[in-house]
Ligand binder design. Structure first.
Ligand code: MN3
Length: 200
């Protein structure tokens, strides 16, 4: 079995003006496709071909760097697309909203802390809201294509939302203005999908 690029459930231009069509087209069709192709090449003929991408991530310390970089890239982007929606933005509801208030005080405080994590991740990486082993929410960030599922992560947990802060995610439209991209991204966050993940 080999991994494949998941189709987007919305058009490349559906997230405009917050995320532009050209960025989405290159990000999905070129960057994510490259992670898939390179992951398949890296695991060809090994037992990892029989595993899910989640199981590969959970034991990532057992694999060489190309599997970590491209396997992380495939998991992270597959998740990222589902957490974006043209009907997104607004506020979370239900148990996820309550858990955010409990962990961070209120939604605005949560946003501020998440934006800080995204802005201060040096170089390329991701900002995350995770559910940790005790079921509590935490904010963290990871370098490169690492993620909190990985056994090598400083802070481990199940990703509820993730924000790609690699320059390829925003440079065409926002150039060096990562904080502007992070601010705009809240308008397209798919809280319905995030709530489903929190309930898992
Ligand atoms: Mn990316």
């Amino acid at each position: 079995m080999s991994f494949t690029l998941p189709a987007l459930t919305y058009a490349f231009d559906a997230l405009e003006p917050h995320i532009d069509a050209r960025t989405m087209e290159i990000h999905h069709g070129k960057h994510h496709q490259a992670y898939v192709t390179n992951l398949n090449n890296a695991i060809a003929g090994t037992d990892a071909e029989k595993l899910s991408i989640e199981d590969i991530c959970k034991n990532i310390s057992k694999y060489p760097m190309p599997v970590r970089n491209n396997g992380g890239g495939h998991y992270n982007h597959s998740l990222f697309w589902t957490l974006l929606s043209p009907n997104g933005g607004g506020l979370p509801t239900g148990p996820l909203a309550a858990a955010i208030d409990e962990a961070f005080g209120n939604f605005e405080e949560f946003k501020t802390k998440f934006n800080q994590a995204a802005a201060t991740r040096f170089g390329s990486g991701w900002a995350w809201l995770i559910k940790n082993a005790s079921g509590k929410l935490e904010i963290c960030s990871t370098p490169n294509q690492d993620n909190p599922l990985m056994d090598i992560a400083d802070i481990k947990g199940f990703p509820i939302i993730g924000l790609d802060v690699w320059e390829h995610a925003y440079y065409l439209h926002y150039q060096n203005r990562r904080p502007d991209y992070c601010t705009a991204w809240w308008n397209v966050v798919n809280w319905e999908e995030a709530a489903k993940r929190f309930a898992m």
